[in-house]
Design a protein around this ligand. Structure first.
Ligand code: IMP
Ligand code: ZN
Length: 354
């Protein structure tokens, strides 16, 4: 089997996907038509999604998706289509994450989350090969009150739907806002898992020096989230970052790596210099994710293919990457065993020994 087919056929686990960033052009067009039944110009309006050149610009792109997911019906269709596309890419476990939004007169945060769960329920019947979980996101930019509301919402939904709601995600524009660690502690006490975006950007100290956002990064590492996202600026070759790199290795916290996302947002300059290389070589727990497959025009298969061709990973190493991701999921023990079984079955069918 060639690399492309192997990466496509591998039973994969997606642990870092934001709902509104994952919407494909087909889904966006469908949502646009739902919102503007008489308009013929969806292409032009949506084309701007392709044109961005920095992390800041990428955040503007989310506004387009958000402008189309303003009703429970739109959130339902977004979720259903996204699950279907991941399933078609042979993803067997999807941990979707999303920031609940209230839209005056149209949708409450509660209804937003309910629409995702309703879609999950239907997907469970329509696509039984994919196991679904949801992390409720906290957008750092939206401030303390919104974070508090989302955590309360997550705790309540966790009590009602523990099979779907498994944790919290700390995300949003890293150039603004706080990390709300004391609020996350409360969520953890309630039994929720925590995935935190970490060290995505440099802090500008003066016009001469950029250093990793060290204090915040150390605070997050000390808090010990269950998983970390990106850790782009914790890089052994970057000025002022080797202390953080050692702290990260000592922490043994699994890191979700999204290669194309970091390249397209220009937070990493080349695939070859991506932190994947250093974490992989150090044997640190890592998994691959798409982040925003719609925004970055990628798929999980494609991310596996890039990792393999850039870092020379052999078939058995790709398989091991899938297998080890199982341990980092927020699934139950029984669910983890079922996922391991699927991957091992595939390895036997393809004669890949590891
Ligand atoms: P949503 O939470 O389903 O609305 O998905 C889009 C949101 O995910 C964005 O508005 C951001 O808050 C968050 N997001 C997506 N990609 C990134 C990233 O690379 N870093 C931080 N936050 C992100
Ligand atoms: Zn992300």
């Amino acid at each position: 089997m060639d690399l492309e087919n192997l990466c496509q056929a591998l039973p994969k686990l997606e642990l870092h996907a934001h709902l509104n960033g994952s919407l494909s052009m087909d889904t966006l067009k469908k949502l646009y038509k739902m919102q503007n039944p008489n308009s013929k110009s969806s292409e032009d309006t949506l084309m701007s999604i392709k044109n961005f050149s920095s992390l800041g610009e990428c955040f503007k792109v989310f506004n387009i998706a958000h402008s189309l997911t303003t009703t429970p019906e739109a959130v339902f269709h977004s979720t259903y289509d996204t699950v279907k596309e991941f399933k078609e890419d042979n993803v067997i476990y999807l941990e979707l994450r999303s920031t609940p939004r209230a839209i005056e007169g149209k949708m409450t945060k509660q209804e937003y989350v309910e629409a995702i769960i309703k879609a999950f329920e239907i997907c469970k019947t329509d696509f039984p090969s994919i196991l679904l979980k949801l992390l409720i996101s906290i957008n750092r930019k939206q401030g303390y009150k919104a974070a508090q509301d989302n955590i309360e919402l997550a705790i309540n939904f966790f009590k009602k739907y523990p099979q779907y709601i498994v944790g919290l995600d700390l995300s949003g524009d890293p150039m603004t806002g706080s990390t709300f660690l004391e609020l996350l502690r409360k969520a953890r006490l309630a039994g929720l898992k925590i995935a935190a975006h970490c060290a995505e950007i440099y802090q500008m100290l003066s016009h001469l020096s950029h250093v990793p956002n060290e204090t915040e990064t150390i605070d997050i590492l000390k808090f010990k989230p269950d998983r970390l996202g990106h850790c782009t600026c914790i890089h052994p070759t970057l000025q002022g970052s080797s202390k953080l790199f050692n702290l990260l290795l000592d922490s043994k916290i699994p890191v979700e790596l999204c290669l194309t996302s970091n390249i397209q947002c220009k937070t990493v300059s080349t695939y070859e210099s991506h932190q994947f290389k250093y974490l992989f070589e150090a044997g640190h727990p890592i998994c691959l994710g798409t982040d925003d497959k719609g925004v970055f025009h990628t798929s999980l298969s494609h991310e596996y293919k890039i990792a393999s061709s850039t870092f020379g990973l052999k078939q058995e190493q790709l398989l091991k990457l899938c297998l080890s991701s199982v341990e980092y999921t927020f699934a139950t023990l029984e669910e983890k065993q079922a996922l391991l079984y699927e991957i091992e079955k595939f390895s036997k069918e393809c004669n890949i020994t590891y």
